[in-house]
Design a binder for this molecule. Structure first.
Ligand SMILES: Nc1ncnc2c1ncn2[C@@H]1O[C@H](COP(=O)(O)OP(=O)(O)OP(=O)(O)O)[C@@H](O)[C@H]1O
Ligand SMILES: [Mg+2]
Length: 380
């Protein structure tokens, strides 16, 4: 038998997607806050740095809502979309998935939805699983299609909670009115539809929510998702090792959480690897070795960054990594210590690295986004 399948859930530290509340650490306050917003008729927007746990939290909220059975749950990730037509496709696909999970008659339902969008139902040649096709259409048509999808939802004898993940993506659409359209529909059908918008803050916060003229300003609750509480994370980790009859003390967990700044993805990934060693009693030597192994594994990938970024950008990355965080990149001392050249080119590098999401700015400090990369750079 396939070893991978047999052992699939043996590692409690999930690194992709969401398994169940058992493998999900804390976020109780956040869960309650989101449920309260939705229950009281308000939409909510989740913002955070990348890889902190927005998608996981949405799935966790849906896991709770599923048990309540009061609303239908539609989750869509619009990262791969680049225009309104793509959005309509993702939206309808997400609706169909939900209808499929609820009703044996879903084919009839989705037939109406797909035909309304002037698309066609297709069947996978191997699995026979139904899907659908909608052709690319000019922008005016996409606007009508979007209207049709909302009418479909309104026509159903059900409430819907619609999660739109990577929401900042709509700022890249050529249809600049998408934000306004969604806001209008969310208000028009506010008795039946509730939204959870989610995105990484750099682009989203600045371009969508900060300007008074923008439709979403003050139109939904905002929630800034921070790292998981260190104490709760430590308990979660300790308990999962204990359940597997293995031992790790708080001192080591604390040390690693500090090293990884409690940053969710990196913590999950690290403990997934540490757990994967199978060692019964974890000591500090092993804890360090796992960290170094992770950096070594990624080395060739990180070396490639040297070809992607200019020499100046790479020097700046190393400088920020060695400092940990940088408040004033233009300070003479910083520039001199790391030989970063004239301030004008340094500022260009800084902007470029921000746009590429290699670095982020938090509380007026510049930091490297990828924690493992940061540690690797700091060793250079
Ligand atoms: N509360 C949690 N407990 C345990 N694991 C979590 C928790 N939240 C998220 N994770 C895990 O951490 C990783 C990153 O989380 P997630 O993908 O939800 O972040 P994100 O903020 O949506 O990232 P991105 O901005 O890249 O989409 C995932 O592997 C996820 O399974
Ligand atoms: Mg996500």
């Amino acid at each position: 038998m396939n070893k991978f399948i047999v052992n699939k859930m043996n590692n409690p530290f999930v690194v992709y997607g969401y398994q169940s509340s058992e493998y999900f650490c804390d976020r109780k306050t956040e869960l309650d806050k989101i449920l309260s917003s939705l229950d009281n008729g308000r939409n909510i927007t989740l913002l955070s740095l990348r890889r902190i746990g927005k998608t996981g939290l949405i799935k966790h909220v849906f896991d709770h809502l599923k048990q309540r059975k009061t609303a239908r749950l539609v989750y869509m990730d619009i990262m791969p979309t680049s225009n309104l037509n793509d959005f309509v496709k993702e939206f309808s696909k997400a609706i169909m998935l939900e209808e499929k999970s609820r009703s044996a008659k879903y084919l009839q339902k989705i037939k109406n939805l797909v035909l309304g969008l002037r698309g066609k139902i297709t069947f996978d040649q191997i699995t026979g699983i139904p899907g659908f096709e909608i052709d690319f259409r000019p922008p005016e048509e996409s606007v009508k299609d979007l209207a049709y999808v909302f009418q479909y939802l309104a026509s159903q004898n059900a409430d819907y909670i619609i999660a739109v993940d990577e929401f900042q993506q709509i700022t890249f659409y050529p249809e600049k009115n998408t934000e306004a359209l969604l806001r209008a529909y969310s208000q028009q059908y506010s008795d039946k539809l509730r939204f959870i918008f989610s995105g990484s803050n750099q682009t989203l916060l600045s371009s969508m929510f900060n300007y008074y003229g923008k439709p979403f300003y003050q139109s939904s609750d905002l929630m800034y998702l921070d790292t998981i509480d260190k104490k709760k994370y430590a308990e979660f980790i300790q308990q999962h090792f204990a359940t597997a009859k293995r031992e790790i003390n708080y001192e080591i967990i604390d040390y690693v959480l500090d090293e990884l700044e409690c940053f969710t993805f990196y913590v999950q990934y690290y403990f997934n690897k540490l757990f994967g060693t199978g060692v019964k009693k974890i000591d500090k030597t092993l804890a360090n070795k796992v960290l170094i192994d992770i950096l070594n594994e990624r080395e060739s990938f990180y070396y490639n960054y040297k070809n992607i970024f200019s020499a100046n950008q790479f020097k700046l990355l190393i400088a920020i990594a060695k400092e940990g965080k940088v408040n004033q990149p233009n300070a003479v001392n910083f520039i001199r210590t790391y030989n970063l050249g004239p301030a004008s080119s340094l500022n260009r590098s800084l902007q470029s690295l921000l746009v590429k999401e290699m670095i982020y700015k938090k509380d007026n400090y510049y930091c490297i986004y990828d924690l493992f990369f940061k540690k690797w750079l700091a060793r250079l």
